[in-house]
Each structure stands twice: as structure tokens, then as C-alpha cells.
Design a protein around this ligand. Structure first.
Ligand code: AMP
Ligand code: GLY
Length: 429
């Protein structure tokens, strides 16, 4: 079997690592390609230099190589319609269609969907006019949340604690056009208080099979301080999402969303990722993503016992009903090692030392994100560089093992949070 994975982050490295273990890839002539990949991925897959949003290039590569299954990591190509193009050409591809991916690509769309189908989320208003947005802000209390409607690489959401901050957020989005056309429409919404949980599920448009819960750490510094990032670390499971709460989330959020999308003529196939806030009034949706999370996928793949290719094929064939996905009960933790300065400016090209030492540890995986090969050395090539991921018999052991591995790796200017998993440890007591 020939598989193509689209993307170049830690999420894609973890997916490829898991795909490479599939029984479907043991046959002679099986190959895994990744476009464009990174230094870590190049050790287990053939990297090809086609950009993730070059849909035409990806399609002609897949046709030429007779790819049996394409798996899409990031949201960009999904919202551009890669799935629709591949399906039109008769190729099998795992991911949400263009119309389904709008659940992530347009917050105005996803909020309206939630309102229509009674899915719990923050109260909100949509604005296309700056002055109207600002007068609305003045009527509302603080804190308040301002969001660009379109894709903004995780930077289009501003939680404002003062009116001044809220007004600058509106100006950043609508006047300075910091996120381009993603800021044509803007949402102002109620601030929700609580702990955040990521719940990802496989769905074929009818059956919804949740993966174990996970908790991301979005801020750059310990104790959730500093600016938001793509995610600095994650643990799975998130103890706050108890069995009872999980069935509530399935009943009130995941299943109605998939059904709602079907009723809207936007059948949803692939991974549905709900970013949830566990409020005192119950779980509410902060946002939906139309893809696997990064870094959530890293610990989830280490915990997945079932064959991921079989699950993906069942999604594509709409035969998820009756399938049981097996997961390792043991918790897993991923600590992201980033380049100093991230999420602002950072340096690239620093040599990474100690990768082999860390890789030699049992039940530890060092997933690469922003890495590249230079003169046969592995160097930093992005903001988030590595996702050091470990399994442990309990959360404390998983955290300790991940940090032991982290301590073996270094480069000039490396930064990581020291408190990933601390909250889960305190809840486990
Ligand atoms: P989003 O991309 O919509 O998930 O927002 C990014 C981050 O902003 C979330 O992970 C939360 O930390 C925060 N956030 C978004 N919406 C709200 C809200 N209504 N109340 C509090 N925090 C929020
Ligand atoms: N971990 C956040 C995301 O994947 O969007």
C-alpha cells in the first residue's frame, strides 16, 4: 500500500509513525510519502518538496505514484478543498471536505451552526463594521473575547481584560487587517471560565468514535503566562473529562454537530476536534477544528492500539459503525521544545544535540516539528521544534519520563515549559 501524508509538523510525524506500524503496510512495495515533511519524518517516510497548499501538485503526485490513501494534517488544504479534488479524481483521502471544513475555516459559520442546533457555546454577536463592534464592546462587561472569523494560525483570538485591549483587538483585525480577509467578519463573545479540554473524534458522518481526551497548554510560559502559541505540551487523558462528562459531551456536542452538518448538506468525514471549556454550567465549545490537533496527536498516537489505517479506511467507506478502537490505558505526555523567542521572532539553523540519547529511552518518542537536515546534521527550522512524548504507568511517571528525555536534548536558545502535566498530577492525587 502507498500512503501520502500532507504536512510537516509533529502531528504528521506522529501520524506517519503510527501509519508505518499498520499491518496494511507490510506488503512488499509499501511506501509512505510525506509532503513536505521534516528531518524526523525523513527517517521513516520519503519526503517530497510539495507545499501543503499546492493542491494541484499534490494531486498530480498522488496520481503518478498511484497513492492508495492520502491523509491530510493541517487545516489550510482542507479549507481549500483538497479532499473534494482528490475524490473527484477517484483517489481515497482522509479528511474533511471543503464544505465540512468550514466548521474551522469560518467561526461565523460554526457559531451559527451551534446556535441552530442548540450546541452549548459562548453567547456572541457577529460584526462587519468596526464602529458597531466598538459600541457593542462598550455596552458589554469585561473580560470579553474578540475573534477574527477566518483562519489566523491560532492568533486571531484575543481575550481582552480592558476596554482598551478589546478596542485594539477590533482594530488589529478590522483596521490593520492583521489576518487579511480572515478579519472581514469578527465575533465578539462572552468570556468563559474553566479548564480547557480537547476532544477529538473519528467520524464517517454517522458514527462518532471519540479518542481519549487531552489537555493542551496554549501559553508560552509556565503557569499559563505569556502569549498564546500553537500548543506547548499536552497530556492525555484529561482527568477533568470524567466518564459522565464525556457522555454529556458526546450527547450534547459531538453527535448533534455531526448530525447538524449532515442536515446542512455538509456531511462530515474525518476528525472532528472540539476545543471545550469545562464551565460551571457544563462543557461549552470554544471552537471546532476539522483535523487532528497538534500537539494532541502526539500522545494520542502513542496511546492508540488499533490499526489507524483500518480506522481511516472505515471512515472513508462510511463503515465506522460497529468498530471498536482500542487505546492504551496508560497516560501519555508531550513536552514541546521550542526555539527561543517563539511565538515571536526566533532563530533557525541551530544544531540539535542529544536526539539519539533520548530516542534510546523506552516508550519515549521524539516527534519532530520544525527541524531540517543541514550538512547531515539535524538543525532547528521552526518555532515549535520537537514534541518529546512519553507513556507512563501513571501521569507522574509519564511526565518524569518525558522531562528525562527533554533533559538529554539541547540547542542554543531552546525553550520549553517545565510544568506540563502538573495540573493532571494534582488532580490524580
Ligand atoms: P479558539 O481558537 O477559538 O479556540 O481560541 C483560542 C484560545 O482562546 C482558546 O483555546 C481559549 O484559551 C481562548 N478562548 C477562546 N474563546 C474563549 C472564550 N469565549 N472564553 C475564554 N477563553 C476563550
Ligand atoms: N493544539 C491546538 C490545535 O491543534 O489547534
Amino acid at each position: 500500500m502507498k500512503v501520502l501524508v500532507v504536512g510537516s509538523g509533529g502531528r504528521e510525524h506522529a501520524l506517519i509513525w503510527k501509519i508505518s506500524k499498520s499491518s496494511r503496510l507490510t506488503a512488499h512495495g509499501s511506501r509512505i510519502f510525506c509532503a513536505p515533511g521534516n528531518a524526523g519524518i525523513s527517517k521513516i517516510a520519503e519526503c517530497i518538496s510539495i507545499g501543503v497548499e499546492d493542491i494541484k501538485g499534490l494531486l498530480s503526485f498522488a496520481k503518478e505514484e498511484l497513492i492508495d490513501l492520502t491523509v491530510v494534517g493541517p487545516e489550510g488544504p482542507l479549507t481549500l478543498g483538497i479532499v473534494d479534488e482528490f475524490e473527484k479524481a477517484g483517489l481515497r483521502i482522509f479528511g474533511a471536505s471543503k464544505r465540512a471544513a468550514e466548521i474551522e475555516g469560518s467561526k461565523v459559520f460554526s457559531k451559527a451552526l451551534m446556535k441552530k442546533y442548540g450546541i452549548p457555546t459562548a453567547e456572541y454577536e457577529v460584526f462587519t463594521d468596526r464602529d458597531k463592534a466598538i459600541s457593542f464592546l462598550k455596552e458589554k462587561g469585561l473580560p470579553i473575547v474578540v475573534k477574527a472569523s477566518g483562519l489566523a494560525a491560532g492568533k486571531g483570538v484575543i481575550v481582552a481584560t480592558t476596554l482598551k485591549e478589546a478596542v485594539s483587538a477590533v482594530d488589529l483585525i478590522m483596521k490593520d487587517r492583521a489576518f487579511g480577509s480572515a478579519g472581514d467578519e469578527l465575533i465578539i463573545e462572552e468570556f468563559l471560565e474553566g479548564e480547557e479540554v480537547s476532544l477529538l473524534a473519528f467520524t464517517d458522518g454517522k458514527t462518532v468514535l471519540p479518542m481519549p481526551s487531552a489537555q493542551d497548554h496554549k501559553r508560552i510560559f509556565d503557569n499559563d503566562e505569556g502569549p498564546n502559541t500553537g500548543g506547548m505540551g499536552v497530556y492525555s487523558p484529561a482527568p477533568i473529562l470524567t466518564e459522565v462528562l464525556l457522555s454529556k459531551v458526546m450527547r450534547e456536542i459531538m453527535i448533534p454537530t455531526v448530525k447538524g452538518m449532515a442536515s446542512e448538506g455538509r456531511p462530515y468525514k474525518g476528525v472532528l476536534y472540539a476545543g471545550l471549556m469545562m464551565t460551571r454550567k457544563g462543557p461549552k465549545v470554544l471552537e471546532f477544528n476539522a483535523r487532528f490537533g497538534d500537539p494532541e496527536t502526539q500522545p494520542l498516537m502513542m496511546r492508540m492500539n488499533s490499526d489507524i489505517v483500518e480506522v481511516m479506511e472505515a471512515v472513508i467507506k462510511e463503515r465506522l459503525f460497529g468498530i471498536k478502537i482500542e487505546w492504551d490505558d496508560r497516560p501519555s505526555v508531550c513536552v514541546v521544545m521550542a526555539a527561543g523567542g517563539y511565538p515571536g521572532d526566533y532563530r533557525k539553523g541551530n544544531e540539535i544535540i542529544g536526539l539519539d540519547d533520548a530516542a534510546g529511552m523506552g516508550e519515549v518518542m521524539v516527534f519532530h516539528a520544525g527541524t531540517a537536515l543541514k550538512d547531515s546534521k539535524i538543525v532547528t527550522n521552526g518555532g515549535r521544534v520537537l514534541g518529546v512524548t512519553a507513556l507512563g504507568s501513571d501521569i507522574r511517571e509519564a511526565v518524569n519520563k518525558a522531562y528525562q528525555a527533554v533533559s538529554k536534548i539541547t540547542w542554543e536558545g531552546v525553550h520549553c515549559r517545565k510544568d506540563i502535566g502538573r495540573r493532571a498530577i494534582s488532580q490524580a492525587r
